[in-house]
Ligand binder design. Structure first.
Ligand code: HGY
Ligand code: MN
Ligand code: MN
Length: 401
């Protein structure tokens, strides 16, 4: 079955990763280059014409013989988080290409065009953003992002140049496109708990990400009395615990501090500086605003009390997205034709579909992942669910208009 073939292809793709646990494939790296070379072969085997745009997205095109045909865009991201799983992003690139190849060999020409996209950078791990390269595709990329600096001190601009890309990013904008469909693992436990293979996404929650720096004064851990310290590490600890408790009581919002650094980071030095990230998600933008106001007030109170100073900088914002009714209806029709139970849900995770929805009808189809585990090497899918997704996507190819 196609599910087994796709499963094995995803094992191959996962090999393009930095050493270490799970998959680490960050954008504009050796691993990214290897992955899109491999994906280009896969696209070519499906008779797609391929190109890499000026920000490293790989695009495979099927051109319909029909004049002035509509264009369906299908894709997801090639990049991973650090020590992530094999399926986050990758499944939404490989499955549609393999399913199209099988469909075209059986049914022949379509009366619409298809663009398959492997987005270079969705996770935002390298440049403290998210949906960086789908922003370029929809035309919302701003030149200031070129100055963002990644883990090795290189700016995005330099990283692109080293990757062989130094052209005008405004040329990445795609036009004359009608519908975007993204297949993606759910990254949550709902489908697994309900023993369902697939879910139609009705909405994707909004995201705001912040960079926080607290500055105190480095000192000797043995000689400075507790009441004379300006400990930036303790400042961070109080802030993180208070904003977490606030989010727990606020409900329908999630707040995560995924990165935390104490400087200078020596066992016998009072931290003079602490740097951490805050990732905030909710469907309701008012909840996010309430949370950001609380973060500001907790930072002010804590820093005043402990003679510290702080910087709170927003690094990215993506509005919550209501998925297109047209896409939802067509997914329902496809699931009905494939004899698959219809289930609607929302997405806790962010996706390129949020950017793509700013210029066209956009929707998502979720595929169960075991226990909802994701952003973890234990991430796993079943070949049976991949088969079910292929059946539904084939019906979608049939009914798309
Ligand atoms: O962070 C997210 O929600 C997604 O995995 N990019
Ligand atoms: Mn992810
Ligand atoms: Mn993803």
């Amino acid at each position: 079955m196609l599910g087994d073939i796709i499963y094995k292809k995803l094992d191959e793709l996962a090999e393009f990763s930095k050493d270490g646990e799970g998959v680490t494939r960050l954008p504009f790296t050796k691993e990214h280059k290897e992955a899109i070379t491999w994906l280009e072969d896969l696209m070519n085997s499906a008779n797609l014409t391929t190109k890499i745009d000026n920000i490293g997205n790989l695009i495979g095109e099927y051109k319909s013989p029909t004049k002035n045909a509509k264009t369906l865009v299908i894709g997801s991201h090639q990049d991973s988080v650090i020590n992530g799983g094999k399926y986050d992003g990758a499944l939404g690139i490989v499955l549609p290409i393999m399913c199209f190849k099988d469909f075209y060999e059986t049914h022949g020409a379509l009366n619409y065009n298809i663009k398959f996209i492997a987005f270079a950078d969705e996770e935002g791990v390298s440049f403290q953003t998210a949906f960086l390269t789908s922003k370029a595709v929809v035309g919302s990329f701003t030149p200031d992002l070129l100055e963002r600096v990644r883990y090795d001190g290189k700016t995005l601009k330099k990283s692109l140049e080293n990757f062989g890309l130094n052209a005008d990013i405004s040329e990445c904008k795609i036009n004359d496109v009608d519908t975007f469909l993204e297949l993606h693992i759910e990254q949550g436990p709902i489908l697994d708990n309900k023993n369902l293979s697939l879910g139609i996404v009705d909405a994707i929650q909004g995201i705001e990400r912040y960079h926080v720096e607290i500055t105190g004064f480095a000192g000797h851990s043995g000689t400075i009395p507790m009441d004379m310290r300006r400990d930036a590490g303790v400042g961070a600890a109080f802030v993180i615990s208070r904003i977490t408790e606030f989010a727990e009581n606020l409900k329908n919002i999630v707040v995560t501090v995924g990165c935390l650094e104490l400087i200078p980071g020596a066992v016998n030095v009072i931290p003079g500086k602490s740097i951490f990230s805050i990732d905030i998600r909710a469907m309701d933008p008012l909840l996010i605003k309430t949370m950001v106001d609380k973060i500001n007030s907790v930072l002010s109170e804590t820093c005043e009390k402990r003679d510290l100073s702080f910087v709170l900088e927003r690094k990215m914002k993506a509005d919550s997205t209501i998925c297109s009714k047209n896409v939802i209806n067509m997914l329902e029709e496809s699931m009905k034709s494939a004899g698959v139970p219809i289930f609607h849900m929302t997405s806790g995770a962010g996706h390129d579909a949020q950017e793509m929805a700013t210029i066209m009808d956009a929707g998502m189809l979720f595929i169960r992942c075991k226990k909802g585990i994701s952003h973890n090497k234990e991430e796993s899918v079943m070949t049976e669910d991949i088969d079910v997704a292929c059946k539904v996507l084939a019906e979608y190819f049939k009914c798309y208009k």
